[in-house]
Design a protein around this ligand. Structure first.
Ligand SMILES: Cc1cc2nc3c(=O)[nH]c(=O)nc-3n(C[C@H](O)[C@H](O)[C@H](O)COP(=O)(O)OP(=O)(O)OC[C@H]3O[C@@H](n4cnc5c(N)ncnc54)[C@H](O)[C@@H]3O)c2cc1C
Length: 314
């Protein structure tokens, strides 16, 4: 291809190489009716992922099929139970004898896997027409008189594109610039900060993963080893789900403080913690049922090795 025809390609810039940005790059290449040059700008120095496991709901699995990735994703997923039984909801904030109060029936279930497995598959499917530029943190963008868009990065570099799509997560610079530069006739000025910035819901979420066999050694019949469980409590609850063909359990522990909703969050939004996770899980388990205690005791042991505190934002 000559350099002049390459220059005439329609340029799409995607800000952020998270799951959203990667899927978008693959979809554009597959369905675009013309030659498109895709540039992904990622603030980090590599494509990485935070968190533990992820579930892909039925509708999203259909998209994965359309994109030609279903078989690979199915291969790394925990198979859904053929019974059609979905997550089990248990009352678990009583000292003894937690009990089941609800179980969802799901006719066709989605798939669960580790986020790393999913991201690895997405990376392999990135099209040749896509270039990922690392260490490029977008600060702002502005429209050029000729119709193109200038992208400004923290390293003072500038790139141009025909279309910019924000996939830069919850604290998106693209969204912030969009609302802050929007024609004041189109938006109520007092609402701009509300749309542009993320707010804290007052919830903290602790994540960890551990081997199912370790839990079974402590408690051979633990309910969490059989499928997804919501251990429910007032203001605090724990979700468990199986990933990696049922060999690993993902743990999500929520601690919510309604009084703090809408207040600024002090400290890092996402951090790897060691003893803090153990303390949090112990607090969660204090008044919970015996089955939850066994489950959390196992989670605590592994949280030391791998746990993240996430400030949940709206
Ligand atoms: C620690 C953590 C764990 C999580 N675990 C789970 C889980 O297990 N399961 C689940 O379903 N959901 C989980 N979530 C929710 C998660 O945010 C979404 O599932 C999913 O990652 C959203 O994808 P995304 O591509 O929209 O955004 P993100 O994954 O946030 O990706 C945004 C990307 O944009 C980049 N970026 C940000 N700002 C800029 C900028 N200005 N310029 C250039 N690049 C930029 C970031 O580095 C990142 O790579 C977790 C979130 C966090 C923070």
């Amino acid at each position: 291809m000559s350099s002049s025809s390459a220059a005439l390609k329609f340029r799409v810039a995607i800000c952020g190489a998270g799951i959203g940005g990667l899927v978008l790059a693959i979809a554009i290449e597959k369905f675009a009716q013309r030659n498109v040059q895709i540039d992904v700008y990622e603030s980090r120095d590599a494509i990485t992922t935070a968190g533990a496991g992820i579930s892909i709901a039925l509708r999203a699995t259909e998209i994965m099929r359309e994109l030609g990735m279903y078989e690979e994703i199915f291969g790394v997923s925990t198979k859904p139970p053929s019974s059609g039984l979905g997550p089990l909801f248990r009352k678990s904030d009583i000292p003894e004898g937690g009990f089941k109060w609800f179980q969802r029936i799901i006719r066709q279930q989605g798939l669960s896997m580790t986020r790393q497995d999913l991201v690895d598959i997405l990376k392999q499917h990135l099209p040749a027409s896509c270039t990922v530029h690392f260490n490029k943190r977008l600060t702002t963008y502005n429209k050029q008189p000729a119709g193109s868009i200038a992208l400004h990065f923290t390293d003072d570099s500038v790139a141009t594109t025909d279309v910019l799509i924000g996939a830069d997560g919850i604290r998106s610079s693209v969204r912030k610039t969009l609302f802050e530069t929007m024609d004041r006739g189109l938006i109520n000025s007092s609402k701009i900060a509300h749309y542009a910035d993320a707010y804290w819901t007052g919830a903290l979420i602790y994540r960890a993963m551990f081997l199912v066999e370790k839990l079974l050694k402590m408690d051979p019949n633990n309910v969490a080893s059989k499928g997804s469980v919501f251990f429910c409590g007032k203001g605090k609850h724990i979700v468990s789900y199986l990933v990696s063909q049922g060999t690993l359990i993902g743990v999500v522990a929520y601690v919510a403080d309604k009084q703090k909703a809408g207040t600024p969050f002090e400290g890092r939004w996402v951090s790897v913690i060691a003893r803090g996770a153990v303390c949090a899980l112990r607090v969660l388990v204090k008044r919970k049922s015996s089955e939850t205690r066994a489950f959390v005791a196992r989670a605590c042991a592994f949280a030391v090795l791998f746990a993240r505190r996430i400030s949940s934002k709206t």
